[in-house]
Structure formats: structure tokens, C-alpha cells
Design a protein. Structure first.
Length: 737
């Protein structure tokens, strides 16, 4: 039987060889690509949404790692505003502020965390282009407390005057439309300084300016600022434009979210912690223009245990006295939204009479439950031109309704067309079946039958919130294996699964206990799994590597393969696997379906292969086997790329002057993320890595936050790119369409 299987492989290899040779003979050309998001439909945490008070139908959304978006009423979609940005940190948006008078002007505070660059971004064309001003204070667009705000505020009476509440360094002001900034020495909270660990500070959580306290051209006098650092006071007020400040009495909680209505009434959501997780309790207060405060926390929230806090606070400019608040971290009873139409005198809980239609984004059902109200709810807004239009953000989507003014059932639908904000860990494009299978952070992963439609969830039994590794059988592509990790608090029976129908249904893979004392090493999701070309053999890179040749029913120890080393299957020969022994600086090969491994020559490889041993369960493999030719290998060691056409006996350098970060293989080509001549981007080679052409451009940089790249083995020129925050893209040469 082995001889028969090898005969089939030889015939397939002979048929595919002319295509590969033809591709290798071509000269490398620069090719313009068309890039399109693989549709999921949002998918990540959007800390807040802000309507423009200057124009109907204009809104902005800020995300914690995928940049900002603007709603375009004519196109009826959200438009990404930072795809041309190449600075990773600027994709974490700390705050956003549209000019209250001029709808064309918008400002953003951008910075991922305290250890990353921070800047103020200014636009005079609704975010189509930006002027970037680096600032000396750090931000935390992807840190705890990112649901607070808004920290950035524009004075509606003198719109060139801006205030910004920083996390670590007090309150700042700009008098030239954000071009320069000065720290307000008079503000009572100077800041705690940049944290020395990964922990962060809440700092000045919001700034709210009372337009009634000034006049056109004359700066507003009354300014409120909430503080979310430990201390006796958490709310401050100035009546002289920020020259002096006084503390305002309130609860002994962090002032997290603050908005002001057209009468000058301030509404504040309080929380016991930074969130979006780990908040124990909270409160809602209202403050009249004189500074007198009143606790108006919804009684229904108190009656159910006073659990969680209020990070969503919104008012209606058209209906004074109308306010909405939403909860976060209310686990026992579920988060909800309350509305008051009498200045907080009474509240109506609309959660119980709400329903959600996710038919256009079925991925939201990935956890195996219905479409609930949501989690990590911190963004809440009432359309300033339509009080019935209310929206809120969650950790996975944006919901909207136009029926909040009624008393019956409230229908919510995802308001996400154009938003793709997910972190991609891994992906594969098999030789048959669906064109793309993905591994996500938080959302498990999906089989993408149609790249332009939101996928239905199939990564269940077992369910892993993070999919860290995927492999497919080259000659039997309906056989898919995956491994992942689970951060949710639910029973864990397995962290690996096998599918024989292209990823639509799965069976759990369970390994025998190993070690002394014996333990289930397969439960933590740390170990990648590989499958042979015919789908019969599976190898798991546990500390004691295991192999099964009967679909996972029986397992045995792999001989000659070090613990934790990923095996890579030849995509056409079912008996052949490869691996990199970093410790001994050797390439290993198995010719008996992973029963045993032995060193192969590997001539021309560097003596030190340590750079090829990528660490971490989310790391992509540094060794890949070509999908169309047996014995064809690609190996990345550090930033260098090597190519072998004889099963690893000899290698040739394939970098062509490109410093490679990530690479993937497709039909007659190799794709890479890397830098050449000081230019970082996405590249393609059609001559085995001798020359490279850049296929992205300055309008498609996505913050430079790349996680994985792969070609398509069936469609020449097609590439898939997974980012850390802007979802997945597929790219095609323009002339190929």
C-alpha cells in the first residue's frame, strides 16, 4: 500500500511540476493589488461611538486596536479612517472629538499603551487625511479604562481650543486646534506618571464643556473633568475656563463617563474599577449648572444586586431630561440599558423588551448561545437629530435601533457594515473546499465559504475562544485539524479538534496523559497539531510528541522528534513530515508517517537555527511545505528565507534582499511581510524568492499590525493577510479581475 500511495503522489507531482517551473521562469513585476476585507462584521471591542452635533447622519466610532471609522450616510457604510497609517500604536484610539460647529473637522487622540508612541491626529476632511502631532503624554487606547471618556473635548464657543485628559500626566489644553499642547498646572490632579509595569492608570477620564457658559468666539467658562485615579475626590469643575478648579462632592467611586446636555446639566457614570472587566459596582449622578449633585442610579439596578457599573451614558439634545445609561460587568442578571425621560426621576429597563436580529452577522452566535444584550458595553449614544435612534457598542459589535421612543418590543440590529475589527491568529487556504479557514482571537475561527458574507460559526465541539493552529490534508483537504486555547469560564474537555467535512463539524481530539505524575498536556492549547497529506496521520507537538494513524483513536510516542517541535506535513506525500530541531541545528525528516524522525543534510542552512524556533502558541510556523510539489520546503530563520526543492537535502537563499517577518505560500508564488530598502510592506515573489515586488501601497498599511500571510493554492496571485485589529484581507492582482 505505501508503494501505491507514493505512485499517486509521483503522478500528481509530475502534473504540477510544469506549472511550478513556468512560474519560476517569469520575471518579477510590480503588480498593483486590490484589497478587500474578508467579511465578518465588526467583531472587536469598540469603546465608544460619537455623533457629530454639526450634521445629521455623521458619526464616528473608535476601536481599541483597529483604528477609527466614520459613518457615511450616502454610502450607507462605515469607512475606515486609518488604513494608510503605518504606525501600529496609532490604531489604538484613546478618544475622538468631532468639531461641534464644522462637520468637516475631527480630532483623535491615538496611542496603544503607555510604552508606545502617542499623537494627536487632526483632520479637516472628515478623516480622509490627517495631520499627526506626536505628544509627550502617553495614552492607552488598548489598556484598561478605554471605555471611559471622552477625554478629548472641543470648546463649542471657541473651536480652536481643545482640552485633553491624560491617563498619567494630568489635564492639557491646546489653543491652536491641537497643534501644540500645554499642561494645566492649576488642575488639582497632576497625574501618577507612566506606570512601571503593564498596569495602567485611569487619569483624567473625561472632559465636558458647558456651551452655555460662553458665547460665539469667547471661550466657555464652565468645564467639568472626571478623575479615575485613587483619591478622595473624583470630579472637578472650573468656572473660569480652566484657570482654577474646585472639587465637587460625589460618591467614593471613579468618575468614568461624563456627558453634558444643552441645559448645562452634567450626567456622570461612576465605576469601582477601570474595566471593561473586574468592575464591582457603580452609580449614576446628575449635576445641575450650580454644581449640586443628585444620585439618580436606576432602582432596578440596585434591586438586582448593584452589580457592575455604568460606562454608557447618553443624553438627547432634542429632548432635555432624556438620558440613557447602560451597564457593564453585570454578569448574574446580564447587562442592560435604562432610559429616563424625567431627569432620572424614574427609569425604564429596556433590556427585557429588546430583541436582536443577527442574521446579517451570524458569527455573533459563535459561543453557542443566542444573541444576548452584549458584553463590555461602554459606548452609548443618542442621535442628536433623532431621539429614537440609539446605538451602543459591545465587545463584538455595534447595535442600533430606531424605535426607542416606543413602549413595545425594541428591535436592535448590528450597525456594522464596513467595520472589520478583529485579531487574526492564523489562517490556511486549503487545496480544496472553502477558500479560507481562519483562526481568530476571542471569536474562535470560521470556515469562509464566501469571503464577502459573514460566516456562521462551526468551530464547536470543542469550542476554543482562540484558535492558535490550523492544518489541512493536502490530498484530502476536507480533513482539517485545529488547536486552541479557552479563556472563557467553561468546562474544558479538549483543546484540539478534527473535521472530515471541511470544518463544518468536528470531533474532539484527546491525548493520553503523559509525564510523572501523568497530566493532560493537550488541555492548555499550547501545542500545534499537523495532519498528513492523506489525512490519516496526526502529529501533536506536546512535550512528548504524539502520533496517531487512525484518526485519533490510538496514540504513540514519536521517535526522534524533540518535545514542543512542530511537525510539517508534505502536502503531496502522506508518508513524509519535516521539522526543525533548533537545539541541534538540524532539519529533521520522517518517511514513515511520523513514526520516527532523523536528521537530513540541510546544506547551505545557517549553523544556528535558533531564529527558526518561533516561540509562543500563536506563532506561525517557520517551516512550510509547498502545496503543489512534493519535497519543496521553505524555511525562515530570523529575517532570512531559504528554499529547498529536494526534501531538505540542500537549500538556497531566497530572501532577495528582503528582511522577512512572515511568509506564506500560494500557487506559483511566495508572499511575505518584510522590509526592503527601508520600505516595510507586503511582497510577492514568482521566482523562488530571487526578486520581490511590493503588492501593498501607502493607502493600505493597516497600522502595520500583521499576524499571518498566505497565498491561495488554487488561485494564482491571490493572497490572504491577517492583521491584529483590522481583520483579514484578500488581495488580487488588479489585472486578474
Amino acid at each position: 500500500m505505501p508503494g501505491k500511495r507514493l505512485g499517486i503522489v509521483a503522478i500528481i507531482a509530475m502534473m504540477m511540476a510544469p506549472l511550478a517551473v513556468q512560474g519560476a521562469a517569469r520575471s518579477q513585476d510590480a503588480v498593483r493589488y486590490r484589497w478587500t476585507n474578508v467579511k465578518v462584521g465588526a467583531g472587536g471591542y469598540a469603546p465608544n461611538i460619537v455623533f457629530s452635533p454639526a450634521e445629521r447622519g455623521l458619526a464616528y466610532l473608535r476601536t481599541d486596536m483597529g483604528g477609527a471609522y466614520r459613518w457615511d450616510g450616502k454610502e450607507r457604510r462605515w469607512l475606515p479612517l486609518q488604513d494608510g497609517n503605518a504606525t501600529p500604536s496609532y490604531m489604538g484610539i484613546e478618544s475622538i472629538a468631532p468639531d461641534p460647529r464644522n462637520p468637516d473637522i475631527v480630532y483623535m487622540a491615538a496611542g496603544m499603551n503607555a510604552r508606545a508612541p502617542a499623537a494627536m491626529l487632526r483632520s479637516a476632511d472628515r478623516g480622509r487625511t490627517w495631520r499627526t502631532t506626536p505628544v509627550p503624554f502617553a495614552m492607552g487606547g488598548n489598556e484598561d479604562g478605554r471605555g471611559f471618556g471622552e477625554r478629548l473635548a472641543v470648546d463649542p464657543n471657541r473651536t480652536r481650543r481643545l482640552f485633553f485628559g491624560s491617563r498619567h500626566d494630568g489635564l492639557w489644553r491646546s489653543d491652536d486646534a491641537g497643534a501644540t499642547w500645554v499642561k494645566l498646572a492649576s488642575f488639582p490632579v497632576a497625574g501618577l506618571g507612566r506606570p512601571v509595569s503593564r498596569k495602567t492608570h485611569g487619569g483624567v477620564a473625561f472632559v465636558a464643556i458647558d456651551a452655555n457658559s460662553g458665547s460665539a468666539g469667547a471661550p466657555s467658562r464652565r468645564i467639568w473633568a472626571g478623575v479615575a485615579d485613587p483619591g478622595a475626590e473624583h470630579l472637578y469643575r472650573s468656572d473660569d475656563g480652566g484657570e482654577t478648579w474646585a472639587a465637587v462632592p460625589g460618591p467614593s467611586l471613579l468618575a468614568a463617563k461624563g456627558v453634558i446636555d444643552r441645559r448645562g446639566v452634567l450626567w456622570v457614570g461612576y465605576a469601582s474599577g477601570l474595566g471593561p472587566s473586574g468592575i464591582k459596582t457603580g452609580a449614576v449622578w446628575r449635576y445641575d449648572p450650580s454644581g449640586r449633585g443628585l444620585d439618580v442610579t436606576p432602582p432596578g439596578w440596585r434591586d438586582t444586586g448593584a452589580e457592575g457599573a455604568f460606562l454608557g451614558v447618553a443624553v438627547s439634545p432634542m429632548l432635555p431630561g432624556t438620558v440613557a445609561v447602560s451597564t457593564v460587568d453585570r454578569y448574574r442578571h446580564g447587562d442592560s440599558l435604562w432610559v429616563s425621560r424625567d431627569d432620572g426621576g424614574s427609569w425604564n429597563d429596556v433590556g427585557a423588551r429588546s430583541r436582536r436580529d443577527v442574521s446579517q452577522t451570524p458569527f455573533l452566535l459563535h459561543e453557542g448561545k443566542g444573541a444576548d444584550f452584549g458584553h463590555w458595553i461602554s459606548g452609548l449614544a443618542i442621535d442628536p437629530f433623532d431621539p429614537g435612534h440609539v446605538v451602543y457598542t459591545t465587545g463584538a459589535t455595534v447595535y442600533a435601533t430606531h424605535g426607542l421612543r416606543g413602549t413595545g418590543t425594541i428591535d436592535w440590529v448590528p450597525w456594522t457594515r464596513g467595520i472589520e475589527q478583529t485579531a487574526i491568529i492564523t489562517l490556511v487556504s486549503p487545496t480544496g473546499g472553502a477558500p479560507l479557514i481562519s483562526g481568530f482571537g476571542d471569536l474562535a475561527g470560521f470556515v469562509h465559504e464566501d469571503l464577502d458574507r459573514s460566516p456562521r460559526p462551526t468551530f464547536v465541539d470543542p469550542y476554543m475562544s482562540n484558535t492558535n493552529a490550523i492544518d489541512y490534508a493536502g490530498l484530502a483537504p476536507n480533513v482539517i485539524v485545529r488547536s486552541g486555547s479557552l479563556y472563557l469560564d467553561r468546562p474544558r474537555h479538549a483543546s484540539m479538534g478534527r473535521s472530515e467535512d471541511g470544518g463544518r463539524t468536528w470531533t474532539e481530539i484527546v491525548l493520553p496523559p503523559m509525564g510523572n505524575p501523568p497530566r493532560r498536556e493537550d488541555l492548555n492549547g499550547d501545542w500545534p497539531i499537523s495532519v498528513s497529506a492523506d489525512g490519516k496521520t496526526m502529529v501533536v507537538a506536546t512535550p512528548v510528541p504524539q502520533v496517531s494513524q487512525d484518526g485519533g483513536r490510538h496514540w504513540s510516542v514519536v521517535r526522534g522528534l524533540p518535545g514542543g517541535v512542530r511537525a510539517v506535513a508534505d502536502k503531496l506525500d502522506p508518508l513524509v513530515f519535516y521539522a526543525v530541531d533548533v537545539a541541534r541545528g538540524k532539519l529533521l525528516v520522517s518517511r514513515d508517517a511520523a513514526i520516527s524522525f532523523a536528521p537530513v543534510t540541510g546544506r547551505n542552512l545557517p549553523a544556528d537555527l535558533a531564529p527558526a524556533g518561533r516561540q509562543g502558541r500563536e506563532a506561525q510556523s517557520s517551516l512550510l511545505a509547498a502545496p503543489d510539489r512534493t519535497g519543496t520546503l521553505w524555511l525562515q530563520a530570523g529575517t532570512r528565507l531559504f528554499y529547498s526543492a529536494d526534501g531538505g537535502t540542500t537549500f538556497a537563499a531566497a530572501g532577495g534582499g528582503l528582511e522577512v517577518e512572515l511568509f506564506g505560500l500560494g500557487r506559483n508564488g511566495v508572499f511575505a511581510v518584510g522590509t526592503r530598502g527601508g520600505v516595510r510592506g507586503v511582497w510577492r515573489s514568482i521566482d523562488r524568492g530571487r526578486t520581490w515586488g511590493r503588492i501593498d501601497d501607502d493607502a493600505h498599511r493597516w497600522g502595520g499590525r500583521y499576524r499571518v500571510v498566505s497565498g491561495d493554492p488554487r488561485r494564482e496571485g491571490r493572497v490572504y493577510l491577517g492583521t491584529d485589529g483590522r481583520g483579514m484581507f484578500y488581495g488580487d492582482p488588479v489585472e486578474a479581475r
